[in-house]
Design a protein around this ligand. Structure first.
Ligand SMILES: [Fe+2]
Length: 212
């Protein structure tokens, strides 16, 4: 029996990026599909445990382990969708227009776009396996950058992901050496789809305005 709420892996029509090869993207899409599959498998297995209306004591260790893994797989799936969505076929334009909503939000939250960028890039260079994510707090519109360990540790509940950068080594190892992560980050920036970033921000701002 399969659950009715299982996810379908999305297709991303993405290629021809600057400094991030199609080979890397293809491998990365496969990894993403693995997260979708595992999220569905775990959800299904957990559903079986609770089908009789309770978790029996002897089921607790297996149930707990599956539930802990769910946060890893689920965030792995969702963050990859954000990541691929904020990249643009054919490459982007580098930095956003200074008059763009994002640049203005970065300035309001950090003092300047350049300081925001120094923080975001700095987080991306942190040692370890994870993500650099710029979030917007929907209650006051403020931007903040965060380091996410693996996929699930450090996400801020209720905040909206605005710009999502994968810094697991699989994101760049076919194109760069492990120590060349700064080059990958530079390539990432040259491929950002700022229209997508802008739309996420507008959506987040809209939520704030509607609730005000
Ligand atoms: Fe990844």
């Amino acid at each position: 029996m399969s659950t009715t709420n299982s996810y379908q892996a999305r297709e991303f029509n993405l290629g021809g990026l600057n400094g991030i090869s199609d080979q890397t993207l293809e491998m990365h899409f496969k990894l993403y599909e693995g997260y979708v599959k595992e999220t569905n498998k775990l959800t299904e297995a957990i559903t079986k445990f609770i089908a009789d209306g309770q978790v029996d004591q002897e089921e607790m260790p297996a149930y707990s382990e599956l539930t802990r893994r769910l946060g890893f797989e689920y965030n792995g799936m969702v963050l990859h969708e954000y990541y691929f969505d904020n990249l643009k076929t054919g490459g982007g334009s580098g930095d956003p227009e200074r008059t763009a909503k994002f640049a203005r939000a970065a300035e309001a939250s950090f003092g300047s776009y350049d300081i925001w960028k120094a923080d975001f890039v700095g987080i991306g260079k942190m040692r370890g396996v994870g993500w650099a994510i710029c979030y917007q707090n929907p209650t006051n519109g403020r931007l903040s950058n965060h380091w996410i360990t693996l996929h699930e540790t450090g996400n801020v509940a209720g905040f909206d992901p605005i710009l999502v950068m994968d810094v697991w080594e699989h994101a760049y190892l076919l194109d760069y050496k492990p120590a060349e992560r700064p080059k990958y980050i530079e390539a990432f920036f040259s491929n950002i789809d700022w229209t997508m970033v802008e739309n996420r921000l507008q959506k987040a701002t809209g939520i704030r305005t509607a609730g005000a």
